[in-house]
Design a protein around this ligand. Structure first.
Ligand code: ZN
Length: 169
């Protein structure tokens, strides 16, 4: 995010520009839980530089990609009042066929407090990383932006973690 006054890059969590002190107002648009729509989420993601595509077979699901490698599905579960993220990575690692070792590595990763939970299909040629936002009575653009950033950071950390590297071929 850029400062509206001096164009300095400002951290998403900052309330004031560290360079010129201008109050950061972008992302303060607060809406109620019931007003969360897929269109609202699409606009936020586009503002963050994501390419966003609808998923034809599911009206409340979108696919967001950035830089060609970070990608996730984002879904609104209206009856449960939550927003879900799922990042799917098609990674084929022959040594991951030792499921106990692989799950031990994932448990270690999760115990570090990352936002994600992970599961794998039996074939172990993909990993699914998912996380959820539970909006309280209201939610802002910035809440979504911070969550997306943390989610992506967690995914990238997970894919680079030494625990997982031990199981790379
Ligand atoms: Zn500034």
């Amino acid at each position: 995010m850029k400062c509206t006054n001096c164009q300095t890059n400002v951290d998403l969590s900052a309330r004031f520009c560290p360079s010129c002190g201008t109050a950061v107002t972008a992302g303060h648009e607060v809406i109620s839980q019931s007003e969360v729509t897929i269109e609202w989420l699409i606009n936020i993601l586009k503002g963050m530089g994501y390419i966003v595509k609808p998923v034809e077979t599911a009206p409340d699901v979108i696919l967001a990609t950035k830089d060609g490698h970070v990608h996730f599905h984002m879904q609104i579960f209206k009856d449960m009042n939550l927003i879900g993220f799922q990042s799917v990575w098609e990674i084929k690692k022959p040594s991951w066929l030792n499921k106990d070792d692989f799950l031990a590595a994932l448990n270690t990763a999760n115990s570090k407090g990352w936002l994600c939970s992970v599961f794998t299909p039996d074939s172990l040629d993909m990993i699914y990383i998912s996380s959820y936002i539970y909006p309280t009575e209201s939610i802002s653009n910035r809440d979504i932006m911070l969550f997306v950033k943390n989610f992506n950071d967690a995914v990238i950390l997970m894919l680079q973690s030494p625990e997982l590297d031990k199981y790379m071929p």
